[in-house]
Design a protein around this ligand. Structure first.
Ligand SMILES: [Zn+2]
Length: 410
């Protein structure tokens, strides 16, 4: 009985103290194990997985296919290290496993990757599609999902031990580490994050963002046929997934267009089982500026597709009025738009600020935001003076929005 209580206390302490911030998305995630530990365990798991194929000379035995995969992953890694500069120290590695019946690919924590030839052959995968699969897998590694997965597993293990009143579960943790990494399905949240990261890495590396949805569609179509669809057992494909990926395309398109227009400027890196950047192919200094994931609401705003969904967020909005005024006065247009989008308040004042920000940034969509401001305030009852509080921040609406419409012309 005494032990049980101790185990519960340990469990509670572990949970309370073991959350870390996801390095890619800022989400708080469970991590009972440091990433470095997971990386070193992954290294052994990787060796063990590859060894039987190496013995039978079934690693990279199709030189063309191996070169193709390496060229693609080189470009993805070059982008990955811009998002997480610390991963430049990872011993990135990719191998093509000659196993035409298996449709699978992975990137373990620490950057150890492999793709089974079945995925490329059976799906007749294009370079763009291979880039999407590998980008997705790299996304898991960058977002530290391996550690999270193992932590969840450890936690249930400790829980079992606590319930059973013994400590056996803890001892098994090491044994089940690889099982957890390889075989358990990823959580839906982790999948969504990896999709989100992968499509952006691929776009920045010059691969078509539409290929992500195309690939999963192919996968779903083919999954009825023979063959081990190992990837699908850990990565459930669904219509929602395909739709979500397709929805990311507009925000990714500018990154792709920019990268594809100037392919020789893409920083490349030889991941072909060496950890150093290819001599002479070091990325230009400007390209080394650390990146963060594209802010999707802001990207939609730039395209004229900003959304403000909350009709009753006046309280939250009122607390931001001072900051909004300050940003507008300072002509800090991007942050002004960001602040308005975060507040999500669907009133004429918010649309007016979006118009100002868009105008300041020289976006042709500014006119439509001012128009939206007038419509919302005049016809839809969403005027900033309409409620209990005056939220107009000293701006004479809808007059000011009308003036902007005249100023910018139709
Ligand atoms: Zn995944």
């Amino acid at each position: 009985m005494k032990f049980r209580r101790g185990a519960w206390a340990a469990l509670l302490m572990a949970v309370l103290t073991a959350c870390s911030t996801n390095p890619m998305t800022g989400r708080s995630q469970l991590s009972l194990m440091p990433e470095a530990t997971v990386i070193s365990q992954s290294r052994s798991a990787y060796k063990a997985e590859l060894a039987p194929y190496a013995k039978k000379n079934r690693l990279n035995d199709d030189p063309d296919m191996a070169a193709r995969v390496r060229a693609i992953t080189d470009r993805l890694i070059a982008q990955a290290v811009r998002y997480r500069p610390d991963t430049a120290a990872w011993a990135w590695e990719v191998n093509v496993i000659d196993d035409p019946k298996t449709l699978n690919a992975f990137c373990l924590p620490g950057g150890k990757m492999a793709v089974y030839s079945g995925l490329i052959l059976k799906l007749k995968a294009t370079d763009d599609e291979i880039a999407q699969v590998m980008g997705h897998e790299i996304g898991h590694a960058l977002a530290n999902h391996g550690a999270e997965k193992m932590s969840v597993g450890m936690l249930s293990d400790i829980l079992v031990a606590a319930l059973a009143g013994n400590n056996r579960g803890r001892q098994q943790t090491g044994d089940i580490a690889s099982l957890l990494l390889w075989q358990l399905p990823n959580s839906r949240g982790a999948e969504t994050e990896a999709d989100r990261i992968g499509i952006e890495l691929a776009a920045r590396a010059g691969y078509r963002p539409e290929a992500a949805a195309e690939l999963w569609r192919k996968m779903m179509r083919e999954s009825g046929e023979k063959g081990r669809f190992a990837l699908l057992s850990t990565h459930p494909a669904s219509a929602e997934r395909v739709e979500a990926l397709a929805g990311l395309v507009p925000a990714m398109q500018p990154l792709y267009t920019e990268a594809a227009a100037n392919p020789q400027a893409l920083p490349t890196r030889l991941a072909a089982n060496v950890r150093d950047v290819t001599p002479g192919a070091a990325p230009p200094p400007a390209a080394l500026q650390p990146l963060s994931l594209v802010n999707l609401p802001l990207a939609a705003f730039r395209r004229g597709q900003a959304r403000l969904g909350c009709d009753s967020c006046g309280m939250g909005f009122s607390s931001r009025l001072g900051r909004l005024k300050e940003l507008a006065d300072r002509q800090d247009w991007e942050n002004l738009a960001g602040e308005v989008l975060e507040a999500d308040y669907n009133q004429d004042i918010a649309w007016y600020y979006l118009g100002l920000a868009a105008e300041g940034l020289g976006l042709p969509v500014a006119w439509s935001y001012f128009e939206r401001s007038v419509l919302r305030g005049v016809e839809e009852g969403g005027h900033c003076k309409g409620g209990l509080m005056d939220l107009c921040n000293g701006i004479d609406l809808p007059q000011k929005a009308r003036e902007a419409l005249v100023r910018l012309g139709p």
